[in-house]
Design a binder for this molecule. Structure first.
Ligand code: OGA
Ligand code: MN
Length: 319
């Protein structure tokens, strides 16, 4: 199927020898035709990450496209936990460094700083939820000056899985990773009292297998990252060692790619079931505005809920 794939409306150009491709031909100032939407999704499933520039995208047209791919994840659990939002739409995850009063977040805002640090650790969006995220769309609204950082980095976890020795693939087959947002925040903020005393074996944990099949491409995938605290049914230390070893494998430079943003209107799309990503803090942090906004679909593959109970799938929220 992939070999015969010939996009008619969009042009995909791999960036280097990587799993990231630049896509040309997307214009959000008009409704996106169904054929273009389908081609974009097929490209995303093939590559893992797509970058489009000068797209005329807005919050509403970003949401409209995402909704055509499936039900969107939302921030209502975070609102319920008491977080005040800068933007009105519940579908938008505000990953800017700007507070609701339009000021740049500094270290004085300990909680938002802790989230920014957490976001700079490798992750798949929504892995800590019972129903994980599928596709994420991240748009640049306002960027820090060039050279000040703020790239988004990606790891090709499908190729990394495929490169594993056969005995490792066998050893991890069927293992269930236990995930919590708290583990990410705790690792990123080791000094912070809010997270310091949390025992990550005693909080609600979402269960997703660590060796998976990416259904749209039929390729294997390693579904790990900074939310994955330990492995179900394995002593915690043993599970940690396994996850750390697998992370060291996928973090190799050969699986890594950094997307640089050039102008507002740049958009990155990624498939959370095929790649890991992280924000980079850089020198801009605390000094220059970086306004980035994301939406995510819920995964609609048969792996979406992992080993979690679909009937008891409360989303996790944090102030
Ligand atoms: C996100 C995210 C990375 C970035 O929005 O989920 O991880 O570079 N963003 O802001
Ligand atoms: Mn993310």
């Amino acid at each position: 199927m992939v070999a015969a794939w010939r996009p008619a409306s969009l042009k995909f150009t791999p960036m280097g020898e990587s799993f990231v491709a630049q896509v040309e031909g997307l214009d959000f100032s008009q409704p996106i035709p169904a054929a273009v939407r389908d081609e974009l999704l097929a490209g995303l499933h093939k590559y893992g990450v797509l970058v489009a520039r000068g797209t005329n995208i807005t919050d509403d047209t970003m949401i409209a496209l995402g909704q055509q791919w499936g039900q969107l994840d939302n921030i209502t659990a975070h609102k319920k936990a008491g977080r005040t939002m800068r933007l009105p739409q519940d579908e938008i995850f505000d990953v800017s460094n700007i507070d609701p009063d339009d000021n740049i977040i500094t270290v004085a805002d300990a909680l938002r700083t802790s989230s920014a640090r957490g976001n700079a650790m490798w992750h798949a969006d929504g892995a800590y939820n019972p129903r994980r995220s599928g596709i994420s769309i991240l748009r640049a609204v306002e960027l820090p000056p060039k050279g000040m950082g703020g790239e988004t980095e990606f790891l090709d976890t499908r190729t990394a899985y495929e490169d594993l020795p056969a005995e490792t693939k066998q050893a991890i087959d069927g293992l269930v990773g236990l995930n919590t947002l708290m583990w990410n925040r705790k690792q990123a903020n080791p000094e912070m009292q809010t997270f310091k005393d949390i025992d990550c074996t005693k909080v609600p944990l979402s269960k997703h297998k660590i060796a998976q099949v990416h259904e749209p491409s039929g390729r294997g995938n390693l579904y790990i990252g900074s939310y994955n605290h330990h492995i179900d049914g394995m002593p915690v230390e043993e599970g940690r060692k396994l996850i750390d070893d697998l992370m060291a494998h996928v973090m190799q430079d050969k699986y890594k790619f950094a997307v640089h943003y050039e102008n507002s209107g740049d958009v990155t799309f990624w498939d959370n079931t095929a790649v890991l990503h992280r924000a980079t803090l850089g020198q801009y942090h605390g000094k220059y505005r970086r306004d980035m906004r994301r939406i995510s679909t819920f995964d609609n593959s048969s792996w979406a809920y992992g080993e979690n109970d679909p009937l008891n799938s409360q989303q996790v929220g944090l102030t």
